[in-house]
Write a protein that binds this ligand. Sequence first.
Ligand code: UD1
Ligand code: UDP
Length: 386
Amino acid sequence: MTIPKNVLTDRAMNTQTKNHQVGSGKDLTVALSVVGARPNFIKLAALHKPLARSFKHVIVHTGQHYDFEMSKIFFEHLKIPKPNCNLEVGSGPQGYQLGKMIKRVEGFLIRETPDLVIVYGDTNSTLAGALASVKLHIPVAHIEAGLRSYDMKMPEEVNRVLTDRVSQYLFSPTKTAVKNLNKEHVQGKINLSGDVMVDILKDSLKMAQERSKALDKLELERKKYILATVHRAENTDTKQRLQSVVQALIGIKETVVFPAHPRTLKALQKFNLYNRIRASRNMKLTEPLGYLDFINLERNANKIITDSGGVQKEAYLLGIPCITLRDRTEWIETVREGWNILVDVNRDAIVGSVRKFNPEKPRQRIFGKGKASERIVEILHENLAR
Ligand code: UD1
Ligand code: UDP
């Protein structure tokens, strides 16, 4: 394929050429994963091993997340090979970031001509990977297809809907997700694969328990603290909502461990809320944590407060009551099963739920048995192997 002259002209493309380690043989079918943000790396960790057994697996990092704690730590701790290239896109407004990513991913795809592109979840890197590929007529597999919040103000919802629309292979973690895709009459093949995050959680728990020193470092007693994360744009971009969250967290009697996403840290500083957290006796503010430390803190928490999709799911899997700082969720089964409560950013509802929300109902296996990655690779192999 001829490379258009203007595609490989910028700095990242030059970097990419240097970092590119893919080798020249094309005997195996080439599957190329596009990742860029924290939850993408965790899902990639689940899929990499089985994928690398059947395909030549190439990893492209868009550079959406770049701090050590948001990126490299996951590759190191979860033993994911170093990406074949990092497109160094970095941060920026939605359209700017997405546009830059599409352009750079496209350049790489033109050079590499993979047989398949795999994208994960709902970040801007997911959509950029899907759009760049479909425009080049490369089939796209979407891991975690069919999730919907039905709120198009969420950048992630836009990413999900559009990625599903252009994907040829749609791997859904839940029955609800399959139903959502059927309702939209998507064109790709839908498969109820289960959730790859179950696979990686199951595989990592023992190691986390053995290796993580987070409880000692943070001087925490098992089941005597609340673990909180907040990072959604809707909760961090306006002072009113973030302030309400902060007021709730500092109003909780128990210790609250708060690994702050860089977006949240910046917003806390901008809205003069950082010092209130620092001054509060119950709050333990930390940097974002590695996966093993984080899941160990989840497992030993009394309750979890979050607006993260992945964390809601892990709370359910681990049997930890989850208080969600949103008015809706795409992981609706966790609410239906009684283990997740939606409180939006209402201070009293948050503080009240910490006291009173104590689900006991047995949990159904709604996200699969922990074999999703193998199933996905099997299907891809059947469809694509040379
Ligand atoms: C992105 C995803 C979101 C996901 C989250 C996971 C989109 C639209 N959103 O949100 O679905 O839940 O990642 O964590 O893709 N920043 C740093 N260092 C970093 C990364 C980000 O300082 O390594 C700061 C920058 O100020 C940046 C801000 O965080 O502007 C937001 O980063 P961005 O990647 O745009 O979105 P997230 O909020 O991380
Ligand atoms: N996570 C982590 N360290 C943290 C916070 C979260 O390793 O400090 C993990 C968490 O275990 C889950 C994933 O990150 O697997 C969730 O990603 P995130 O909350 O960034 O995004 P979302 O799931 O909302 O898209």
